[in-house]
Design a protein around this ligand. Structure first.
Ligand code: TMP
Length: 206
C-alpha cells in the first residue's frame, strides 16, 4: 500500500473547485489524515508571483511558449518546496490543478503541441504524478455564468467560449486515456450529489 497520496482537482472555470476542494480536505481530515492543501499555478512565494504574472492582463500579449514555461517554472518550485517534502513526511497533498491543466489549457485550449508538455512533464516532475485526479465536469455555459459572477476576469477568463469547449474536451480525453487515475465527477447537479460522487472516489483510499 502506498504511503501519502497526491490528489489533484481539475476542471474548467466555475465548476465548483474551491467548494469541493474544501469538502475533500474535510473528508481526509475527518479520517485522521494530515493534508497539505495547495494550488497551481502557485503554492510557494515565487510560484505565487509567477501566478500573478500569468493571470494579469497586459498590453503585451503573452506567447504560448512563455506561458507554458512560466507554468512549469512555477511547478518546479512547487514540487521541490511543497509537494515532495510533504509526501516525504507522510502528509497527503491535495492540489487545486496540476499538469492535467497544462494538457487541457495549453494543448487543448491554445492548441500547443503535446510533445512539448510531455517533455516538460518528464523533466520537471521526474516520476511524480498524481495518484488520484477528480475532474469536475460541467457544460461550459454553466461554468462561465458562475465564473462571470466573480470579480474582474483574469487573462484566462477573458477567453471565448470556444476556448473553454476545447479545454473541456481535452480534459475529458485525458480522463478517458487515464481511467485508473482520473475520475470524472458530474458537476452539473446539486452540490450534495456532486459530493456523493466525490465521496465514492475518495473512500477506497481511506
Ligand atoms: P484557477 O482559476 O483555477 O486558480 O487557475 C488559474 C488559471 O490558470 C486557470 O484559468 C487555468 C490556468 N492554468 C493553465 O492554463 N495551465 C495550467 O497548467 C494551470 C495549472 C492553470
Amino acid at each position: 500500500m502506498k504511503g501519502a497520496l497526491f490528489i489533484t482537482l481539475e476542471g474548467g472555470e466555475g465548476v465548483g473547485k474551491s467548494t469541493n476542494l474544501f469538502f475533500v480536505r474535510k473528508m481526509l481530515e475527518d479520517a485522521g489524515i494530515r493534508v497539505v492543501v495547495t494550488r497551481e499555478p502557485g503554492g510557494t512565494a515565487l510560484a505565487e508571483k509567477i501566478r500573478l504574472l500569468l493571470l494579469e492582463n497586459n498590453d503585451e500579449p503573452v506567447s504560448e511558449t512563455a506561458e507554458l514555461l512560466l507554468l512549469f517554472a512555477a511547478r518546479a518550485q512547487h514540487i521541490q518546496h511543497v509537494i515532495k517534502p510533504a509526501l516525504a513526511q507522510g502528509r497527503w497533498v491535495l492540489c487545486d490543478r496540476f499538469t492535467d491543466a497544462s494538457y487541457a489549457y495549453q494543448a487543448g485550449g491554445r492548441g500547443m503541441d503535446i510533445s512539448m508538455i510531455k517533455w516538460l512533464e518528464n523533466k520537471v516532475q521526474g516520476r511524480l504524478r498524481p495518484d488520484l485526479t477528480l475532474l469536475l465536469d460541467a457544460p461550459v455555459e454553466i461554468g462561465m455564468v458562475r465564473a462571470n459572477k466573480r470579480s474582474k476576469p483574469d487573462r484566462f477568463e477573458l477567453e471565448k467560449q470556444a476556448f473553454f469547449e476545447r479545454v473541456r474536451a481535452a480534459y475529458l480525453l485525458r480522463a478517458k486515456q487515464n481511467p485508473q487515475r482520473m475520475k470524472i465527477v458530474n458537476a452539473d447537479q446539486p452540490l450534495q450529489k456532486v459530493q456523493d460522487e466525490i465521496s465514492t472516489f475518495i473512500k477506497p483510499f481511506l
